[in-house]
Design a protein around this ligand. Structure first.
Ligand code: SF4
Length: 360
């Protein structure tokens, strides 16, 4: 029997032991509690029931093909308007060169960018085909639901047709970004041009029904309330009950340093980041994996998060422009040896996976 500093956590412990689903009210109690170690113990219990001592990572590369974006969301330090001196777009050849690994087989290639007004639909299909031809063992995880909506608009096709075209060109799964916080109140304030939360969920549903799994994210630590975080998690849980198409949930701490909001909002604390990981593990009882995304969280905190419910430490990465533009000063690459050491030193067993969480 566990003991908790916050006695309210006992009730949640009993629910977890009896496999009773946590409610919105349980989630609020968790967010309002300061017993971080107690919440962490609960999340670790759930994680170990699901995965034992396994912690996953992937030998991967990220490609941000362009930062040109029509949306210009207030929290985003990556997007640039067309013609801006820092705007860029990469040719397919440049992308292939960037992807050349120093050693070892790449298992996952993560491709995302802004909503570019002029790149033609064929660019996206040709890009996937070229990557697949050059790296046949790699699975391509590409384009958020926001980009899929943009591709539907520029091609004049519906989302289902776009997804089928991309699948034919080599797409394995969708990454999960663009979800931000589903709350319309927040979207109106921070990203009024972006698709609604409802549309994001609808596109994820369509992908799952076509046999294209996806991840899901939540950007937290800006203007949202705990209630809005919970509504987001519960909407994902409900869709997962219906489709079982989500592989992983990735809580993303907001990085305000270079955004329009840097004067108004302070970065999240380690306490909040660990609590968010743990509560995600507890509420999303039907999600197989919770990721500690070291690119945003920092490597050291992501390692600690393995004791707070995370069972995936993401990957080797090499280059990632979104956090770089956001001012995150971190290594942009981890070797297999480094990532395995982080996992082993935390007391877990490193397991290399592919983009679909199959062990390799
Ligand atoms: S968050 Fe995405 S859609 Fe919004 S400005 Fe940045 S790149 Fe564009």
């Amino acid at each position: 029997m566990f003991s908790f500093v916050d006695k309210d956590l006992h009730q949640i412990y009993e629910k977890i032991q009896s496999n009773t689903r946590l409610t919105f009210e349980d989630g609020l109690k968790l967010f309002q509690s300061h017993d971080l170690l107690g919440i962490g113990k609960l999340a670790l219990l759930v994680k170990e029931k699901l995965h034992g001592s396994k912690v996953y990572y992937v030998f991967n590369r990220h490609v941000n093909y362009s930062n040109v974006c029509l949306n210009l969301c207030k929290f985003c330090a990556f997007g640039r308007p067309p013609g801006h001196k820092e705007a860029y777009e990469l040719s397919i050849d440049e992308i292939l060169q960037k992807l050349e690994p120093s050693s070892g087989k790449i298992r996952e290639i993560h491709v995302v960018g802004g909503l570019h007004p002029y790149l033609p639909y064929e660019y996206y299909l040709n890009l996937l085909q070229a990557i697949k031809t050059r790296f046949p063992e790699a699975q391509i995880k590409a384009f958020t639901c926001v980009e899929i909506d943009h591709l539907a608009k520029i091609s004049g096709k519906d989302v289902q047709e776009v997804l089928l075209d991309l699948k034919k060109a080599g797409l394995s799964c969708l990454p999960g970004g663009g979800a931000e916080v589903f709350s319309e109140r927040i979207r109106q304030k921070l990203c009024p041009q972006k698709i609604t939360g409802k549309r994001w969920l609808e596109i994820a549903r369509t992908a799952h029904k076509l046999g294209i799994p996806s991840n899901a994210t939540m950007l937290y630590g800006h203007l949202e309330t705990y209630e809005e975080r919970l509504e987001h998690l519960l909407a994902l849980r409900e869709l997962q009950d219906e489709t079982n198409g989500f592989l992983c949930f990735i809580p993303l701490p907001f990085l305000p340093q270079k955004s329009y909001l840097r004067k108004e909002i302070a970065p999240t604390t380690g306490f909040e980041d660990l609590k968010m990981i743990a509560i995600s593990r507890l509420i999303l009882d039907n999600f197989p994996h919770i990721k500690a995304y070291w690119v945003f969280m920092g490597i050291k905190l992501a390692q600690v998060a393995l004791h707070f419910g995370a069972n995936d430490l993401h990957g080797t990465v090499l280059e990632e422009k979104i956090s770089e533009f956001s001012g995150k000063e971190e290594n942009k690459a981890l070797s297999r040896q480094e990532i395995e050491r982080l996992i082993r030193e935390a007391g877990f067993k490193p397991i290399e996976r592919d983009a679909l969480y199959q062990e390799v």
